[in-house]
Ligand binder design. Sequence first.
Ligand code: MOS
Length: 784
Amino acid sequence: GALGPHGARTAPSREAAPGPQRAPEHGGGAGRLVGRPVDRVDGPLKTSGAARYSAEYPYPDLAYAALVHATITRGRVTGLDTAEAAAVPGVLVVITHHNAPVLKPPPPVSVMNLSTLASGTSVAYLNTDEVHWNGQPVAVVVAATLHAAQHAARLVKVTYQPSPATVDFAAEEPNAKPQKSDMLSEGSAEKGDAEDALAAAPVSVDLRFTTPPHTHNAIEPHATTAAWDGDRLTVHDGSQNVAWTRDHLALRFGVPASGVRVISPYVGGAFGGKTMVWAGTILTVMAARVSGRPVRMMLTREGVSRTVGGRTPSAQRVALGARRDGRLTALVHTSVTQVGRVGGHREQVTSQSRHLYDAENILLRQNLVELDAVSNTYMRAPGEAIGTFALEAAVDELAFELGIDPIELRMRNEPGRDPIDGRRFSHRKLREAYALGARRFGWSERTPEPGSMRDGGWLVGMGVASAYHPSLRLAANVTVRLSADGTVLVRCGFHEMGMGGATAQAQIAADALGVPFEAVRVEYGDSDLPTGPGAGGSAQTASVAASLSAACEKLRGSVLALARRSKDSPLRGHRAAGLRARDGGLWASAGGSVTGETYAAILTRAGRPYVEAAVGSDTRAGTAVGQARFMTRFLLDRRRWVKAACGAQFCEVRVDPDTGEVRVSRWVGAFDVGTVINAKTAASQLRGGIVMGIGMALSEETLVDPRSGRVMNPGLGGYHVPVHADIPPIDVCYLDDPDPTMPLGLIGVGEVGMTGVAAAVANAVHHATGRRLRDLPITPDKLL
Ligand code: MOS
């Protein structure tokens, strides 16, 4: 009906609220394109089918590969009967540890060489008879057709000698060990005596939260097409880091990295799951080596579930103590997460709790259990996605105990400097984000009493939570070429998984050089390009933008130098500082008159087909010295500033009291993300994060058999991501206020949208029903 879940009060969604400040001027372009909702260049290619994905590259004599997954938790392969599989017509070879070529082992991880982080796991696939998790690949079938490969894979008979295994996260939780910190981790901290302060606090909450594991379910499952030519290797692989993938494959197969090319111009979504190199990629390359043919492998949803890591489960304690006026005296946040025994990302679950509240006493601790499971990995806002759930739900519970509005409670504890170490925030507009969001959402219409708002048979609840994600800048090499015909070519090996990165960089280049958007072409997604940053940590756009802006400035200087060499140039005698790049050239205005000339005129006169500028990252394509220098600067910057995107999430739910069904009926997200380069793609990123957060809150859960460690719902039939009917119109707005310490003032938008979402939902469910659900996902059975 008209007053159904997607209620009539839904405000029309707007791309951006008018900000208090405009985007900064840069490069003389006066922000003509930066900030605008420019359509994505890759959009029509993707929607029309013209964009070619990794599994769509044609090769003559292409063969197909399929995986055989272990069905025991841990142990050894004692027998492999491949005769029946090999007899299937079209089967070229069945590769097992008996006949696989020997690869070099995965390198140990070192922060001084970040590409060592590319090892999804430490397992030497098919070079060992050991099984480390239920689902590990133990054989690969290569055949002339996809169906022959998949059919034959089912006919491989494997026998095992099992050994004892540890797979039950809940059972292991009491045995968790303190997580080791390194120079990049922020999760452990201590100020004062938080436990004492908690015991003495007049009002307190002490709560346990649990979140399940999550599986990567991007629209495009992982796929690889690999072709060898002697020792040269070409790989099409949906990737968030083509340079890491190149380096990793070169190292494992013992060939020079210069002969390995990883091509990945279109990626059908990736949220951390395509950053590392997983079994499918390595074994496709191996299959091509062994069969002597180009080989393609498309993982099924089951294949992704079994061989690609996902998000760790967590158990968290958040305890808050406050005076009656709401000032926090104690904040305790501890976590237990898992890694695989064969590797895994150590999640920084408590890191946001270091920066969000000005508590007098703070204690943050992270603990780990090691399980016989595939390595867990990055998944959108690793750490903060689940960490903000616990923290922000606990803050809501404290607000309720205190009888203080949850926004007001947050504002009373908003820090001026970092609560732990007093570092300055480079940018912090959380107050403003709450004010903006509350206005757009209509927070003042909320009556605080749980169960007090209804719409027909629905219980209506409104919840709020803070979003927080650190902002990061990585190294990037960029070249920019300006041709005599006025066109511009930007080249950088960054990645496009659907977020519009190339469009944003084209906007920046067009502004910086004063050329039309259509004149700029951006090449990306290829390891033969100048090495770019990985698409991770919400860092890609800012990282490329920094080098791109510098390259454009250098290019303007080169063009001016070229012009000044000619006595015929009106730019003779002019300095770069006095010029503006616009209308396809450089122009000086003085006393009402304008002089200058177009790039085309300058280059044509000089007889130059093009001028090019290159800006090297601080990594110099992987040299140890360059990486050490980049890391040193990074750490110095971090010692000085706390940098983050933050925001306020507003959720309205309707709960059916008879069935326990929760429908999200309205959403407003108000964010502080610095300069917005593209109003359309930035809003889309934030909205996508909110959608993923709603999935986390209400439906997503990887079900692991606690006896066997086997994932029991390896497909979209059993793993429930939100569909369109689950998502209301999402109103996203931001302050568009530049961060003075970040390139062009921009803070990444890729991950912050997901943070705080699950807490806002849980808080809204409490407001609707009076029930606190501290175990995700909030499914109907838990509400009844
Ligand atoms: Mo992300 S989890 O940095 O792709």
